[in-house]
Design a protein around this ligand. Sequence first.
Ligand code: NAP
Length: 468
Amino acid sequence: MIGTAESPLRVAIVGAGPSGFYAAAHLLKNRNHPELVASVDLFDKLPTPFGLVRAGVAPDHPKIKSVTRVYDKLAAHPLFRFYGGVEFGRDLSREELLERYHAVIYTVGAQSDRKLWVDGEDLPGSFPATTFVAWYNGHPDATDLQFDLSAERAVVVGNGNVAIDVARMLLLTQEELSTTDTADHGIEGIAGGGVKEVVICGRRGPAQSAFTNPEILELGEMDDVDVIVDPADLELDEHSAAALDQAGEATARKNVDILREYAARPLKGAPKRIVLRFFVSPVEIQGDGKVERVVLERNELVADGGALRAKPTGERETLEAGLVFRAVGYKGVELAGIPFEERSGLIRNEDGRVTNDAGTHLHGEYTAGWIKRGPSGVIGTNKKCATDTVNELLHDLTTGHLASPADPDPASLDALVRERVPNVVDWAGWQAIDAVETAAGEPQGRPRVKLVTLESLHEAATGAGAPA
Ligand code: NAP
């Protein structure tokens, strides 16, 4: 029987971010099925684990990053293995995994970004927030990017927490950055930059903003920064006012309260400013060879079905700005051979079971996290999402609907990976990287100094001696 000590349930998880770890946890330590014996191999294309916790969460939010301690504990489980630096589709194919595991769970997150689709969007100085975030967080794929932050005014498009992270990071001082694990090149670039004002542009109103309360509150607590909100934007239309009265809208209500407080707050005369604009969309980014201006168009809200949509009014203004960051959402990227819905950017799935174009479940293939449901929620949201998927998987185990691997021997997979990727990084290798980074951070009073190239990460990993 599969799922016993003699024949453990063998699961491959592709993507070592929060969803991957939560899926692994529900397989290895399942309170509802204490008798279940599963073994989990967790693959990541980077030599390091933790996905967006390492490369997305803002470096000045160390408490959020401390969730990795939970993942560390799980990694000590004897039936858990980490394979870092192994890319699905390049080093191992879907077929090769299905020959070796009863189930594969894809938890690769959303690795690209949504565009604005306006003229000038690709001018130098206009960037997706996702790549800026990856850059200041030391993601090896972003290390070689150049961000000229000498402009005085930056425009950030979008009203979500990523927009807030980017606005805040742009204005942190050398002193504030120097206690964080911001990549060294990020500290140098931001602290040496000239940004004095960040204008955050929401296409709808304050009541529709996607910020969460602690994040919007944090802006008002920044030293050296005045937060500016036009009180006129806070006069709610009848639809917004009615929406805010509904149960389940506590976050939006509090957001509006916080914004009202900002609008009423006297300015400190601080050297830097965050301006929160609402009801505006960029319609063109202009400049001679680089971003110099953003044309904004005023919107009004119109009821459209159950939602309130932004409708352009034709009223335009031009804002001088040397930088534009679009923070309008992450987007999933197709994995080789896995059914994908281009429009939504999601793996085709039903409650986490991967389905083909006809809607038929593909035996043994599952998905969780942002690539299953879209880029929403906080880290903990992925716990429920991954747990739900694993529950479906375990149900399929009882009904005999998993894959039937011809070669489930863990040693055979291990040999295959090491043949394909001789410098594969296992958990001991990651611990060696971690030790090098934290030791470098200690004398500077920083949690770590990140290694930001694949070469340096692999070098640090092998410092651990022979992989376990
Ligand atoms: P998000 O929360 O979905 O926000 C996206 C924003 O972009 C929305 O305000 C959306 O406005 C706007 N937008 C979309 N298309 C647009 C367009 N064409 N023009 C103008 N605006 C547009 O996404 P996110 O900020 O990328 O964050 C992703 C997830 O990570 C969220 O769940 C977020 O809470 C989470 N996160 C959490 C933290 C934290 O806890 N500290 C930090 C970062 C991210 P509409 O509403 O009008 O569509």
